[in-house]
Design a protein around this ligand. Structure first.
Ligand code: FAD
Ligand code: SIN
Length: 519
């Protein structure tokens, strides 16, 4: 790899947000797409449920807007939500242009539903929606001569000068060299931070890298206390992060205890289709008060033929663990799933740093409020990626690129203490699960803050002593993101949406966003 690579636009992350941003940019611009893993690895690929959009005459934009705001427990930004919802049909059309074929019945979209939706408005490709979207977007990207793809390359930190952001230092995991990627515009599309929790539905890529990098560079980070716990992840000792889609409940799936007793009616009259925060808290309460390891989701009454067409991935995965979902209920537990907060952005995905944009789960656009409604995330990725690219396309870019000094590794040495990285990584995730989980308290948050502060000092010292590696970069980002989550949670003195604190059980009449800035 040359010493200093120069591109008009650097996009960090190749989920749906990164790929759509790249595709929507003018073909006159040179674009670098960076992925820290294989290009398709990221949450987008695993999306099951689908994408929400108003596509029938029975539905309308106002209903989608009101459902989104109600799920967000009053914290969503109405105008941002309107922007997303009104652009949803166009987002679906552009995915179809890329080759995505959504499931249809008698030539009409098969629309499903999930928690919080008052109408069936979720388009999907069986239960493999993300996989189909990503494969089609990737094919389109690979056909574009102006886009260069760099796999197994992890961004370490952003490059800043008097004009704002001018690229990033990137570690090439194949040769362990850190290179300068210089760019006129930089787009962070690194996804969420759910790996900060011991149990998560997310792939290993969700370590909050973009949030931590942006924080270190001076971006405002907003509403990070709202970690969404998905109510139903497969409970099995050998199943790592496997989701049982909310659309299983959308199609009639019922939550039960081991003895077959239903319980959701005790918590909300929408039962299984209440917004996610309510269902996850209900399951958590049943598990804690009864001392049980899991609850069960029953969809067996639909029969094997129907299940194999509608939920082939779930049927197959459960079967690989010896669970026949056409015969028996699925053991499920909640797990960290989605980061509602993130880097503050405007309608064009701009951050408070010039020439720096953020798109997708890493961003806080204001659409999700205190709890994201199901299937609004892929939609947000696509709508805001398009507006980001449109904004960049409208700019006159300079001809010259700035120069930055090369990465200085003269004062560090290879580590013989890798066990420290593994230990701290595990400790952070346990602290977050046990003390900053579905139900919080002042005391537990205070303990988490104290211990994370110490871990941050330890990681900082390690980072200054040893050669940088991918694991170390992620650990450094994970602890910083965990600290931001805890500080946000402590500063919210109410319970709202996904943030439930036993010491402040009521929702305040004041609508406040929590903002964390570098001090
Ligand atoms: P991701 O798809 O997570 O991509 C992040 C990218 O950034 C990856 O390429 C990663 O390698 C890269 N990256 C990260 N850090 C760095 C770094 N330091 N340097 C370089 N590259 C980096 N939402 C819906 O709307 N509908 C659904 O049906 C749905 N189902 C879901 C099912 C599962 C199992 C999961 C986990 C999530 C689901 N979601 C769903 C949420 C949704 O999929 C995600 O919010 C969305 O895909 C995020 O897209 P993204 O592009 O922002 O990030
Ligand atoms: C799911 O299929 O349950 C995930 C949907 C989402 O996260 O929006």
């Amino acid at each position: 790899m040359p010493i200093q690579l120069k591109f008009d636009v650097l996009i960090i992350g190749t989920g749906s947000a990164g790929l759509v941003s790249a595709l929507q940019l003018s073909e006159d611009l040179s674009v670098a797409l960076i992925s820290k893993d294989k290009i398709l690895e990221g949450s987008s690929y695993y999306a099951q449920g689908g994408i929400s959009a108003v596509l029938t005459n029975d539905d309308n934009f106002d209903k989608h807007i009101e459902d989104t705001l109600a799920s967000g427990a009053g914290l969503g930004d109405r105008e941002a939500v309107r922007f997303m919802v009104e652009n949803a049909p166009d987002a679906i059309a552009s995915l179809e242009e890329s080759g995505v074929r959504f499931t249809k019945q008698e030539k009409k979209y098969h629309l499903t539903t999930e928690g919080g939706h008052s109408e069936r408005r979720v388009v999907h490709v069986a239960d493999k929606t993300g996989q189909h979207i990503q494969l089609n977007l990737l094919e389109s990207v690979q056909n574009r001569k102006n886009i260069s793809i760099f796999e197994n390359c992890i961004a370490v930190d952003l490059l800043l000068n008097d004009n704002g952001c001018a690229g990033a230092y990137i570690l090439n995991k194949t040769n362990n060299g850190v290179e300068r990627f210089i760019s006129h515009k930089t787009v962070i599309a690194t996804g969420g931070a759910s790996k900060a929790y011991l149990y998560t539905s997310n792939p290993d890529t969700s370590t909050g890298d973009g949030i931590a990098m942006a924080y270190r560079s001076g971006c405002d980070i907003v509403n990070m206390e709202f970690t969404q716990f998905h109510p139903t992840c497969l409970f099995h000792p050998h199943a790592k992060s496997f989701l049982i889609s909310e659309s299983v409940r959308g199609e009639g799936g019922i939550l039960i205890l081991q003895n077959g007793e239903e319980f959701m009616h005790k918590y909300d009259n929408r039962k299984e289709l209440a917004p996610r925060d309510i269902v996850a808290r209900a399951i958590d309460n049943e598990m804690k008060t009864r001392g049980i390891d899991c609850v069960y989701l029953d969809i067996s009454f639909k029969g094997k033929k129907w299940l194999s067409e509608r939920f082939p991935t779930i049927l197959e995965k459960c079967s690989s663990f010896g669970i026949d979902i056409s015969q028996e209920p699925i053991p499920v537990v909640p797990a960290a799933h989605y980061t509602c907060g993130g880097i503050q952005t405007d309608r064009d995905a701009r951050t408070n740093i010039s020439n720096l944009y953020a798109v997708g789960e890493v961003a806080h656009t204001g659409v999700h409020g205190a709890n994201r409604m199901a299937s609004n995330s892929l939609l947000e990725c696509i709508v805001f990626a398009k507006s980001c690219a449109k904004h960049i396309n409208g700019q006159q870019l300079p001809k010259e690129f700035p120069v930055f000094s090369s990465w200085d590794a003269s004062r560090v040495s290879p580590s013989k203490e890798k066990v420290v990285v593994l230990h701290l990584w595990d400790e952070i995730r346990r602290i977050m699960w046990n003390f900053v989980g579905i139900v919080r308290s002042n005391k537990r948050l205070k303990y988490a803050k104290h211990r994370l502060h110490q871990i941050n000092l330890e990681v900082d010292s390690y980072y200054r002593t040893y050669l940088v590696t991918s694991d170390l970069i992620e650990l450094r980002n994970l602890v910083k993101t965990a600290q931001i989550i805890v500080n946000s949670a402590i500063s919210r003195t109410e319970s709202r949406g996904l943030h439930f604190n036993e010491d402040f059980k009521q929702q305040s009449s004041k609508i406040i966003n929590t903002t964390i800035k570098k001090t």
